[in-house]
Design a protein. Sequence first.
Length: 83
Amino acid sequence: MGLGGINLWQLLIILLIVVVIFGTKRLRSIGGDLGGAVKGFRKAMGDVDEDDNESQREKLNQPDAEFSETHDEESQPDRNQST
C-alpha cells in the first residue's frame, strides 16, 4: 500500500496519463512556475518574520512611560500623610 490506498503502479499510470495530456515542455514550465511561486512565498515569509522581530526589538528598547511614572510615584513619599 502506498499513499491512501494508491500503490506504485497506479501512481506511474497517473503520471503517464498526465505526461501524455500535457507534454513534457508544459509540465516543465508548470514546475518552474510553481517552484518560483514557492520560493517567492518563502522569501516573503522570511521578510515578514524579520520585520516582526525588528519591531519587537524596538518596542523592548523603548522605555515604558507608565512604568516610569508609577515607579517615580512609588519612590516619593506621600505628602498628604501625616506622621
